[in-house]
Write a protein that binds this ligand. Sequence first.
Ligand code: GCV
Length: 704
Amino acid sequence: MMSGRGVVNRLAMVIAAALGCAVAAAPLRAEDGYALWLRHAPLEGEALADLRAAAPVVVAPPGEDDSPTLKITRAELAQGLAAMQGETKLRATPDSLPIVLRCGRARGDGQSGFAIAPQAFAGRRALAISAPDHLGCLYASFALLREVALGRPLHAIRLGEAPAMPLRMLNHWDNPDGHVERGYAGRSIFDWWRLPERLDPRMIDYARANASIGINAVVVNNVNARAFMLEPRYIAKLKRLADAWRPYGIRVFLAARFSAPIEIGGLARADPLDPAVRAWWQAKADEIYAAIPDFGGFLVKANSEGQPGPQDYGRSHAEGANMLAAALGNRGTVIWRAFVYKAEDATDRTMQAFAEFVPLDGQFAKNVIVQVKNGPLDFQPREPFHPLFGAMPNTRLMLEVQITREYLGQASGIAYLGPLWQEVLGADTGRGGGVVAEVIAPVGMAGVANTGSDRNWTGTDFDQANWYAFGRLAWQPALSSEQIAREWAAQTFTRDPQALGTITEMMRASREHVVNYTGPLGLAHLMGTGHHYGPAPWVCDLPRPEWNPCYYHRADKDGIGFDRTARGSNALGQYAPAIAAQWADPASIDLRYLLWFHRLAWDAALPTGRSLWAELVARYDAGVAGVDAMAAQWGRLAGALDAARHAAVSADLAIQRREARWWRDASLAYWQSLNGLPLPEGAAPVAESLEAYQARNFPEAPGQ
Ligand code: GCV
């Protein structure tokens, strides 16, 4: 039996060994937003005293095999814990608290999660991180750092976590030339031109940020894909990224253009049942796997918005997807998007995906996932959940949300999307499969990325929160969006309780303000043509009917709204009977969906006690007032936050205040031109004429 002194000596040796391989922490970065939520700002007061007294050291017991993931885990813990003590390196003391890594086999997918709990080590008090694999330990180290950053004393930390769904994925709409479709944060972060030789260090920071919130899969290119990204030169570039990201648990996927066999393969057709086409994809998959053995697979947008697909040859989505799935075999997955609609189809656009996909239920191969947007239209500030959730019980369905804010102000101001996603994740499908989060739990969730080359990654500081919230919700949809906002703000801005309360409250309410000033009461798709920036409800003359705002609001002198009841398009009929029944009656429907499903007279009486017109105006006004309130709340935080980011957000909010008024005034001016009604008493007059709003033109708006 080892003596007490022997135990201490052995511990000292283990600690020394651990410190020997701990990487010295980089000096704290300037507050330019680059460090995201991984700032690890020094603690203060009691929390700092606690951490210093604990003097943690990181210990990987001898015999653990030393994978790149484990090296990163140790370095992250050492750097983060040191930084939060205001140090550059951990310092061992005789009383140091060992943080012991007990990680199972090196390679693993991290899906089993981890535990953090006090445990004896070498006869003394220690904190153990246990996971079945090294990736689980990496996830645990980020969770531990988060807890410490939130001010929890090390000795009080007990966590047991596992991801709620296997695939937690970012979809980049980045083009190989550096332009990002619907991107508002500069150019693409991927420097394809200089890959594979030059790996931008930012690629490691990106992987690290993703791993810290559990994201484990990345589609690196736009779903409106270029075929040449499947050529050997791009496979070499992708391999470099895959190798760099592997230790962080991130698998790479490619968006594949369905007609690639024609464009880069020299074939005449891309018919999925043509043996030559099948052989081409098989050879392509083999070529990719030879370079990237853990390649995730293909994401495909087919027969949608002009993209090629199996229907070009009279084949179904299932036939197209299954052909690619056969090429990947059990090595990878085909993610097939359900975002389909056609100009030639006179059916209500919001019904077309359901009509095309439900009959295919059960026909998709095992390694095919159908990816479904949160709502049946297209990432609007508010939509009811997509009726496909729960309606394809024999198909693996995955949720797609948009982190980039194409329809929620783009890079203006604050629109925290946690509440939007939580709304869909918590929506009961009424079909026995539970809420949407339960339907997708066996598969996963994808978010259209909002990253770009801007120093702060996301264009505006608060858009970092959307990236963060996406990862956290995909890991654990049961987390409240408010809790996520608070923990993000504490790590990103400040731990000051009062400031934190203000920021969390601003974030909580922000998305609803955007709904109110852009599309209250269930209105949607009223934005400007092409760039989707700003209001243009008057646009009625685009050749594709379903691209016109008029198609959606159907307003005229008598009323406004899209009748999707049985008397109208009957989109309601695509929902489970219990849900359809709740929404069928304008008197009882949740007002948030009123004009999505119902067309009503301007003077219809609402349960709020107001007429429809008065209620609309009140909600536009609430949106404007909400943004004003956010700006005032933020203004009061001057001095409590670093000056540079405070000023940047103040400017973002000034833009949002201007835009909120613009949306409100332009929309009301247009509705008034149809209904001839005066604004209710007390409402501010619209600032300019309808013609002036209609004449505004900004073809250079970003993100097209
Ligand atoms: C990538 C919307 C966007 C398009 C996007 C499309 C999609 O229509 O405006 O830019 O294309 O959704 O999700 O495929």
